[in-house]
Design a protein around this ligand. Structure first.
Ligand SMILES: [Zn+2]
Length: 244
């Protein structure tokens, strides 16, 4: 994890993917939790700040679960913007809309709690209407991504409907954000994902995107269920965080 951050921050690599196991985003500064021992992304972000001069770090978490450990680590820090999309209510129980940070960190935590069943269209809308404007306003020096593939429709632990194409779109949006906002500096770290085909191909698609290739591997196809509307939660997040 640290070598990936180091390479990107120093310009030895344009971008990176850290294939870390176990995942990290549930681990708090003091406690292992939910398959996670150490919070890889949080440690990487602090390292980038303290050792590499990356003052402002944006962390985007598209794992299906709320990244409670990452939120805890930076809840009072205005220089780390944490944005999480997650199924809600769901494990670990945190990630409500009104959890927005504390003290100087107020507003630097953006939770987008989504009902079960949201898929490619809903996630794309969240990125267009919330993640993009929040990222532009924050102006990061580095973007880090908690890349979990358990929001895929075939995942056995959760109930969202992203396809591999939908995931690839989000990945491309994040890489485009890094290109526009921080000279392309972006580091992905693997989080959860419990269907092996969704996980493996999801990782492959991140690699394609980071290498600037157009192809998308999607042997699983799309879910054919209708997605629920997410207008209200997007509207609520935009108002609460003054993105309108
Ligand atoms: Zn997860």
């Amino acid at each position: 994890m640290l070598r990936a951050v180091d390479a990107v921050a120093r310009g030895a690599a344009q971008n990176a993917l850290a294939l870390v196991r176990p995942p990290g985003h549930h681990a708090t500064p003091r406690q292992a939790m939910g398959f996670c021992l150490l919070n890889n992304v949080a440690i990487g972000a602090r390292y980038a700040q303290r050792a590499l001069g990356m003052a402002r770090v944006l962390i985007v978490d598209y794992d299906v679960h709320h990244g409670n450990g990452t939120q805890d680590a930076f809840y009072d820090d205005p220089d780390v913007l944490f944005i999480s999309t997650h199924q809600y209510p769901f494990y670990p129980g945190t990630g409500a809309l009104h959890e927005t940070g504390i003290g100087a960190g107020e507003g630097a935590t953006i939770n987008i709690p989504l009902r079960a069943g949201v898929g490619d269209a809903g996630y794309a809308q969240v990125y267009a209407d919330v993640v993009w404007p929040a990222a532009r306003r924050f102006a990061p020096d580095l973007i880090m991504v908690s890349a979990g593939f358990d929001a895929h429709w075939a995942d056995p632990l959760a109930n969202m409907q992203l396809s591999l194409h939908g995931y690839a779109h989000l990945t491309r949006e994040l890489v485009a954000m890094a290109g526009e906002l921080c000279a392309g500096r972006i580091v992905f770290a693997l989080e959860g994902g419990y269907n092996h085909d969704a996980l493996g191909n999801g990782v492959l698609n991140v690699c394609y995107t980071l290498l600037g290739r157009d192809e998308i591997a999607d042997p699983l196809g799309a879910s054919d269920w209708l997605e629920p509307s997410i207008e209200k939660v997007v509207d609520d997040v935009r108002k609460l965080h003054k993105l309108v």
